[in-house]
Design a protein around this ligand. Sequence first.
Ligand code: MN
Ligand code: MN
Length: 460
Amino acid sequence: MDELREKLLYQPKNGYDRIDTAERLACEEYCRGYMAYLDAARTEREAVSEAIKLAQAAGFEPLDESAGAIRPGQKVYWSNRGKSLLLAVGGRKPMRAGFVVEAAHVDSPRLDLKQQPLFEDSELGYLRTHYYGGIKKYQWTAIPLEMHGVAALKDGSAVEIVIGRDKTDPQFVVTDLLPHLAQDQMQKTMAKGVEGEKLCILVGSVPYAGEGTDRVKLAVMSLLNDRYGITEEDLISAELEAVPAFDVRELGLDRSMIGGYGQDDRVCAYAELAAILETEAPERTAVCILADKEEIGSYGVTGMTSQAFEWFIERLCGGTCTLQESFAESFCVSADVTAALDPMYPEVSEKQNTARINYGVGFCKFTGSRGKSGASDASAELVARLRRLCDDAGVVWQMCELGKVDQGGGGTVALDMAMRNIDTIDAGVPVLSMHAPFETTGKLDCYMTYKCMKAAYAEG
Ligand code: MN
Ligand code: MN
């Protein structure tokens, strides 16, 4: 009977029971690189600039728009306005044979400053925000924040702004009510307990010397002017993002997990980036996308619905075939995180079909919600292909679904890729506390996602 059970029944196993010491060491080494990247990449712009540094070190060169079709083994990258990045390694087969594309996103939930953010109330200085992406607002109060971004000036130049990352820098906070006086607040639902307009960032308290009104506001603006040469009006054309100031750390006594901000989806972005940087002349051209704007629907010129993708692929084809011919033969892994089973909240998951920490890279046949609405729903053939590909490469993987039926759901860039007539499937790292200021992943799953991405490029 045991033999029959072994033969007929699918029995997923914890990844740590499936890997040897050498692989554990490889996993640790990979995760050190990932943690360093995550620590340095706090915004989509920084995720792109850090990735470019790594790509250049690995021999990638800026795309030469007039160079014709990509050559076998040629390594190129193209930055879409500094907020999204596309990389490619030329395959031995021409672009007409299609390409293998892996698409992750590098934008994460955060607090964006409004365009006219600065004000003073009761002699305290604040910056107003409009949150970006899906957040539980109460999680963003009373935690240390940093400010990252750019102020674009009328003369065409831009000033890069980073405050709070350096250990000697000040940081910021959104305050919350003390429990002693929170009786009314505590009666509200968690959705209403902290309102969006109350997510104002405390930035100063000392008034400018002299007489008059708004002296704290003036003092704050004067400090910004000293450090960056900008005025209040320049903030109108700024993109400033307040992000959690936590360092990326190992979690657990066994150090088996990683805690940090922005792991959705920089954990998959790094996995496919690390994979393409190690890819040499694959069978079919390898393409890596670090997309922007996924958290707000993938719209916008740097999002995955943008024709910037067509523009890039057209350059790789160099007139040797049409885009449609190339797309039709291509294969996409939409690399995005999924929800891990949280034993503290098992009621939102259906245990047989939920991702678990340490069970490897999670394949999602479909995302969406309420009857798969909004999903691209990969074909059975594609799931089989990924099973084979991962098994052949020794990748620990699991099949999963985000939440139980009618509990909610989520989306990725998969549908934007499928819309282009590219066979697409979701695969990524299971995450605990997704979209929180401090997200948790398992090292083994991060490493196995990288192995999966590498195997997909290698197979071509
Ligand atoms: Mn995501
Ligand atoms: Mn997300």
